[in-house]
Every structure is written in C-alpha cells, then in structure tokens.
Write a protein that binds this ligand. Structure first.
Ligand code: ADP
Ligand code: MG
Length: 332
C-alpha cells in the first residue's frame, strides 16, 4: 500500500486493534485473512452497513474525528436496534485522503470505541485504502436477535397505535447551529444539548430489546426524518398512518432555541436515531404503564388504519398528506 497518509499500514492496524475483546464467540479478530466467530445458538444473525463520506455526511467544521467515528458506528447500531437486536461485532473500511493525520484517524477509532465499550462490541476487521479527497468510513455491524423476535417495518396492522421514542428534531436543530456558528462556538446550555444530539446520537438498543419481547411490533429507526420513516412503514405494511401533530415529542432545548422550525426538523431533519413504530392498543396499555412507572421515553403519536399506503399529519382539524421529501410537498 502506498500513497497513504499513514506511514505504515501495518503499524496503523496494530494501533487500532482492540487490546481486549468482549464477545465469547469470537475465535479470531483482526490479524488473519478474515474474522472467525461462533454464532450464538438459537439466535438469528442481523447485519447492516452504512457509509459516511466527508462533505456529504459530515464536515470537519461540524464534527471532530472522534465524533465522526462515534456517529459512523452509532448509525449502524441504530439499525440493529430497529430490528430488536443486540449489536455484537463491527468491521470498518476506511478510505483515507492525504490531508488526514494519523492522530485524527486514530481518534475516529477512539470515537467508535466509546460506543463499542458501552455495548460490549468487538472490532473484528476492516480494510484500509487511500482516496483522493474525501475521507470515507464504511462500518458493518453484526448483531443477534432471538428467533422470530425481529421487528420488521411490515408488521403494522390497522388498529395499531403509532409511537416514537425520545424527542424529535434535536439533531437537525443542532446541525443548523453548527453550520451557522461552527463547532468551536460558545453555545448556550440549550444549544449545547442540541449540538450534542447531532454529534453523539444515542442508538435506542434498550428500547428495541424491550419492544422485541412484545407480540407484534413494527419498527424503524429515524435516520431520514419522521416523514420518511413513517412512509416506509406505511408502504411495507400497506396501511394508512395518521400522526397527530400535537403529540410529537420535543425537547425543552428545541422549544427554547428553534420552536418555529421544530415540526420541519422532526419531519424532515433526520438523524435523530430514535425509533418509530406501531403496536396493538393492548400492548400499548402495557408499554404505557411501564413507561409511566419507569420513565421509558416512548410516546403515542398517532394511529394506523386500512387503505392505500399514505401518511397523514392531523393538525387543527385538517389532515395533510406528508411524503418523504420536503416541506414544499406539504399538500392538503
Ligand atoms: P488482507 O490482505 O488479508 O485483507 P489487510 O492487510 O487488509 O489483510 O488486513 C489485515 C487485518 O487487519 C485483517 O484482519 C483486516 O480485517 C484488518 N484491518 C485492515 N484494515 C482495517 C481497518 N481499517 N479497521 C479495522 N481492521 C482492519
Ligand atoms: Mg484487506
């Protein structure tokens, strides 16, 4: 390998190789031709991949190298969470332009390790190549879920309630602040909360696991905004979804900093990495009780009915259709 920003590819791989491992099924991680692990009995394997490209998914003006690493892994863990699974292993393919220093590259891996330690995941391999201009990180995450307990977008049925976890729009509001003021700006406490939601999104693995214990749940993670994700569920399940605007949960910080734009951010901003899904009213009674008692952040925002797949937003007595694109497409 030549033309790389790093002096010695093998020394680099040695530095990113984890010093300890968590998963007992791991037989060989980094260092051989391929990784080798023993699958957990009676579990299904879940696998996903996401790529972050400099200039497209992040810029060095809004994200530190460590945050880029954290987020590249977080977005994948979020996909595993949306299947009801437990993340176990990850692999990283990194395409490095000359302008990135080795220290910054190692920071990317430190950012990933923050989450990997939390979820007891092992880095088991990857690939290192050079690229002209834009750093590109592709992360693959493997996970497991109990047989027949995975949560599909196609599981929604008429009569279900629609729920979301956490609060929506925060990440988009944070990105807007970062784009206008830069990551070094001295933000207020509320602004900091929003910026942090953009730079350190929290995948909702625990709630995904709780939901996987229920009879039938449809689930999707919110990477592209509520409008897009709700439409995906409506389409996959062939149902009508109606969201009550008044019930969309917002953080105190977004209400303070960007109240007038909060609906737009929730619907079209994306990158909240919360979960949206549907369940039967009977299951909802149970979940609501648990949520009221333990503070599990999950809220009902709408209902599912039969008909050609479409998503409605109910607001002040009027139904609007919302498609997966922008606010301009808001039509009566
Ligand atoms: P090979 O030619 O067998 O693919 P490599 O030199 O590409 O070998 O990789 C050697 C080992 O290091 C393999 O276990 C590979 O999975 C791992 N590896 C290479 N690049 C990375 C990376 N960027 N992140 C994590 N692991 C990596
Ligand atoms: Mg290789």
């Amino acid at each position: 390998m030549n033309n790389l920003a790093i002096q010695d590819e093998f020394a680099f791989i040695d530095r990113i190789k984890p010093v300890r491992t968590f998963q007992t099924g791991l037989l060989t991680g980094i260092g051989d031709d391929a990784a080798l692990f023993r699958p957990v009995q009676d579990m299904e394997q879940v696998i996903c991949m996401d790529t972050m490209v400099e200039g497209v998914h992040f810029t060095t003006d809004t994200m530190s190298p460590s945050q880029v690493g954290y987020k590249a892994l977080a977005v994948n863990i979020s996909d595993i969470a949306a299947m009801g699974g437990i993340p176990t292993f990850y692999l990283v393919s990194i395409a490095i332009p000359k302008k990135w220093s080795e220290a910054d590259l190692l920071s990317i891996y430190d950012g990933m390790a923050m989450l990997a330690n939390k979820y007891k995941m092992d880095l088991i391999g990857g690939d290192t190549v050079s690229i002209a201009d834009t750093l590109t990180v592709t992360v693959t995450v493997l996970g497991v879920v109990e047989k027949d307990k995975h949560l599909l977008r196609s599981n929604a049925k008429p009569g279900d309630i629609v729920f979301v976890t956490g609060t929506l729009g925060d990440s988009a509001a944070g990105l807007e602040l970062l784009l206008h003021k830069g990551k070094e700006f001295s933000f207020s406490e509320h602004e900091k909360n929003l910026v942090s939601k953009h730079q350190y999104p929290e995948p909702q693995v625990e709630i995904g696991r709780t939901l996987s214990k229920l009879e039938r749940v449809s689930l999707n993670d919110i990477s592209d905004g509520l409008a897009s994700e709700a439409n995906e569920i409506a389409k996959s399940s062939q149902v009508v979804i109606t969201i009550n605007e008044e019930l969309i949960p917002y953080s105190e910080s977004i209400k303070e900093v960007a109240k007038s734009k909060s609906l737009e951010y929730a619907l079209y901003g994306g990158e909240d990495f919360q979960l949206v899904g549907t369940m039967s009213p009977t299951d909802w009674q149970h979940v609501k009780k648990v949520s009221d008692q333990s503070g599990l952040p999950i809220k009902k925002i709408g209902t599912v009915s039969s008909g050609e797949p479409i998503v409605y937003l109910y607001r002040d007595g009027t139904y609007y259709t919302i498609d997966r694109k922008g606010y301009n497409h808001f039509t009566k």
